[in-house]
Design a protein around this ligand. Structure first.
Ligand SMILES: N[C@@H](CCC(=O)N[C@@H](CS)C(=O)NCC(=O)O)C(=O)O
Length: 116
């Protein structure tokens, strides 16, 4: 367990976990978080906290590294109003987005929504 958490903190992609499932299970893991996007960057400790929670909850959330792609930073700033990470973009049925900042709020949201 500790090794897994350390791997997630050091930047390992939580989406890797989906590959340990059968194709059907992998599809379900991907679908239940398909409305979510996490804006982050690798060296950000607050982002690592969120990635750890994603890993614990076995969530396959799309990651957008704002330091790797300038366009991701721009869309975060434009959509959420701040270029601070982590930020979870939550899509709704109407096609709109809620932009959730603060690692502790994001982790609380994910745990409340996805804890088994
Ligand atoms: N209290 C915030 C702190 C977030 C924070 O300070 N993030 C840093 C990166 S580690 C950031 O985005 N700073 C603005 C910047 O780098 O432009 C949280 O827990 O999410």
């Amino acid at each position: 367990m500790k090794d897994v958490r350390r791997a997630a903190s050091s930047g390992a992609n939580p989406r890797e976990s989906a590959r340990t499932h059968s194709p059907d299970a992998q599809q379900r893991v991907a679908e239940r978080a398909s409305h979510l996007v996490l804006y982050h960057f690798e060296g950000c400790p607050y982002c690592a906290r969120v990635r750890d929670a994603m890993h614990d909850l076995d969530l396959d959330i799309e990651l957008r590294d704002i330091r790797v792609q300038r366009a991701f930073r721009d869309e975060l700033l434009e959509g959420g109003g701040r270029a601070t990470v982590p930020c979870l973009r939550i899509g709704n049925a109407a096609g709109g987005f809620r932009w959730l900042y603060e690692s502790s709020d994001i982790v609380a949201y994910l745990r409340q929504r996805f804890s088994k």
